[in-house]
Design a protein around this ligand. Structure first.
Ligand code: SF4
Ligand code: SF4
Length: 73
């Protein structure tokens, strides 16, 4: 697993906005860090994201767990 570079291009690939667990603001949590809003786990679509494949991510739910590769969930 690699860290996801916080670039405009990578941010543009983020599909959190279409996720059933999306808390309504923010996104790109794998690079930006977790959301401050309460989140119910209703599924995570990170596995369908180009960044997930490109950076060999594994967990998902970065809105809860924070930056990919930094925190255990
Ligand atoms: S892996 Fe998840 S949090 Fe990261 S850019 Fe893709 S959809 Fe957003
Ligand atoms: S990190 Fe995963 S669970 Fe959270 S909003 Fe993005 S796609 Fe949904």
């Amino acid at each position: 697993m690699q860290k996801v570079p916080d670039t405009r291009e990578n941010m543009g690939r983020c599909i959190c906005g279409g996720c059933p667990s999306y808390p309504g603001e923010g996104g790109f949590y794998c690079a930006k860090g977790k959301s401050d809003l309460p989140i119910r786990r209703r599924g995570c679509v990170c596995g369908d994201c180009e960044n997930f494949r490109a950076y060999a991510l594994q967990e998902g739910y970065y809105c809860i767990g924070g930056i990919a590769g930094e925190t255990a969930q």
